[in-house]
Design a protein. Structure first.
Length: 249
């Protein structure tokens, strides 16, 4: 049996989730339902759930703050949220699961199966550490990016990333001092997480750090001269948006 704990300050949300679990998932036992993050913290001291359904936005303490308070932990987390756009980006980037309210049964089933798989792996704590780090930046502006890997977490100062280049389903980070790193995240995920930190998608294959722009050369789309003599093409479709951003620097 899978032992689960629900932590959600919204009565409709936690009751709907409990009913869905009881009706459609006989392999699940609900250990408890917590109405506040403080109650959740106290319950976690005395229970050992396999999975915690955790509301992202709660008064006085967010779901991420709660996880920081109990870290390190052994349970898996399925985040539940209504509309926190930046939280969703950070959760996706760390390859973790979330559910949008109201919870869809099929999505709930997929999230539980993924959580069961992660429980079997017993090596996913670094994914939670990365999302907690990336969520620690106010207003979505990241100065130090945490990227989960199979071995743990790699940290990169965003000011050291000149641009990101698509490489199939991976992304190559072009860094200062002639360094580069291939990362198992696609370029769209980097764009989603870094667009509020001074990065701009100028081409289907390139996401650039505006701090490293040295010169723009006009053309049908044109191209950008970057720090350390890097040259990056600008697509015709992205040209206008890019030029508008340049005027705000």
């Amino acid at each position: 049996m899978l032992r689960v704990l629900i932590i959600d300050d919204e009565a409709d949300g936690r009751n709907a989730l409990r009913l869905a679990l009881e009706k459609y998932f006989p392999e699940v036992t609900v250990l408890g339902i917590c109405e506040t993050p403080e109650q959740g913290l106290e319950t976690l001291k005395h229970s050992q759930p396999d999975i915690v359904f955790l509301d992202v936005q709660m008064p006085h303490m967010s779901g991420f703050d709660l996880l920081k308070a109990v870290s390190p932990f052994q349970f898996e987390v399925i985040f539940v949220t209504a509309h926190d756009r930046y939280a969703i980006k950070a959760i996706r980037f760390s390859a973790l699961d979330y559910l949008l309210k109201p919870v869809d049964i099929d999505e709930l089933r997929v999230a539980i199966e993924k959580a069961k798989f992660r429980l079997e792996q017993k090596n996913t704590h670094h994914q939670y550490q990365s999302v907690l780090h990336n969520m620690g930046h106010k207003a979505g502006k990241i100065e130090r990016l945490a990227i989960p890997t199979q071995e743990g977490i790699e940290f990169y100062n965003t000011q050291d990333i000149i641009y990101c280049q698509a490489d199939g389903s991976y992304t190559r980070l072009i860094l200062t001092h002639k360094q580069s790193q291939l990362v198992s995240r696609n370029l769209k995920e980097f764009e989603s997480l870094l667009q509020e930190s001074g990065f701009c998608r100028v081409h289907h294959a390139y996401l650039i750090n505006l701090q490293h722009v040295q010169k723009y050369i006009r053309g049908e789309g044109g191209y950008v001269l970057m720090t350390e003599q890097h040259s990056v093409d600008v697509s015709r479709r992205k040209k206008e948006e890019f030029l508008q951003l340049l005027h705000t620097l």
